[in-house]
Design a protein around this ligand. Structure first.
Ligand code: ASP
Length: 314
């Protein structure tokens, strides 16, 4: 059937076969990225603009590298450099950029839904690099690729997502993706950081880390998103670490070969103990970063193919 999307706005829109197609192509791009000559030409002649209205280190660098490895002309637009500071609306900024004929627009924005809105206004492929608490599709795809390569499959695994679920677009995109692939999902965290209705979505909800991690294959930790909190969600970071921070003792309840993931940036000593994060036998955090570049190469390649086909048919 093939990859049918014009944009990558969320995991919600993707069918399981489309997720599989991105991951299969990303596997090829992992191999290319590990070779001496890292260049492909899938995006040759195309212009990619990265528009980040919210801070980012790894995601922006990853998209930039992905575009360059495939031959695109890449431009980064940070919020500091943009007219937003001068009062221009999101749509005006997008229309200005649209007039420069980009082919791929990578957008991060603090408001949920902002990237969808933008995609309706421009005539190129738009990729969501994180919008508010809504979605962060390439993060879920890179997590899926990491899990598939480490565990040999992406279905019927027991996966615990732990911590600040309420504020996390990473959790949301992962829940959707891993649910579509028929995994057993557990959510672990304090009730103040747990959105309502999770049990109805088929997730098991736990307030206790030791119970929540029992016999899981994958432990996915989340950053405490303090910038999205307006006070009162946790008593103190110290107590949070004591109850929900991943340390060796809590991890011992997971399967002996369980992998530990974190999307970054990490708060060491808050949601995760530094020695677990650095334990190369358990932590796959560095692999996640590597998979991120490959998944973004694959997603942009597939979107560019559809874009070219649409333009040829017009
Ligand atoms: N980097 C991820 C995001 O942009 C996770 C985080 O910030 O905690 O959502």
């Amino acid at each position: 059937m093939g990859f049918r999307q014009d944009h990558l706005l969320g995991i919600e829109q993707l069918a399981p076969d489309e997720i599989g197609e991105i991951l299969d192509l990303a596997d090829d791009y992992v191999a290319l990225s590990r070779s001496a000559d890292k260049h492909g030409d899938a995006l040759k002649g195309l212009t990619q603009i990265n528009m980040f209205f919210e801070n980012s280190t790894r995601t922006q660098a990853s998209f930039e590298l992905a575009g360059k490895r495939l031959g695109a002309d890449v431009m980064n637009m940070g919020l500091e450099a943009s007219s937003i500071k001068k009062g221009e609306t999101l749509v005006d900024t997008a229309m200005t950029l649209n007039a420069m004929q980009p082919d791929l627009l990578v957008v991060r924005h603090p408001h949920s839904g902002a990237v969808d809105l933008l995609a309706q206004k421009v005539n190129c492929a738009v990729l969501n690099a994180g919008d508010g608490r809504h979605e962060h599709p390439t993060q879920a795809l890179l997590d899926a690729l990491t899990i598939r390569r480490k565990k040999g499959r992406l279905h019927r695994l027991s996966i615990a997502i732990c911590g600040d679920i309420a504020h996390s677009r990473v959790a949301r995109s992962n829940l959707i993706l891993l649910g579509k692939m028929e995994n057993r999902l557990r959510l672990v965290g304090p009730p103040t950081l747990m959105p309502a209705g999770m049990a109805e979505l088929g997730c098991e909800v736990f307030e206790d880390m030791e119970e929540g991690l029992r016999d899981v294959d994958v432990v996915m930790m989340l950053r405490l998103q303090k910038e999205r909190m307006d006070g009162g969600f946790i008593p103190s970071e110290r107590e949070y670490y004591h109850l929900f921070g991943l340390d060796a003792e809590k991890l011992a309840h997971a399967k002996p070969d369980a992998i530990v993931m974190h999307p970054g940036p990490m708060n060491r000593g808050v949601e995760i103990d530094g020695s677990i994060a650095d334990d190369i036998n358990r932590s796959v955090i560095q692999e996640q970063v590597e998979m991120g570049v490959a998944v973004r190469m694959a997603a942009m390649d597939l979107l560019a193919r559809n874009l070219r086909a649409r333009r040829a048919a017009a």
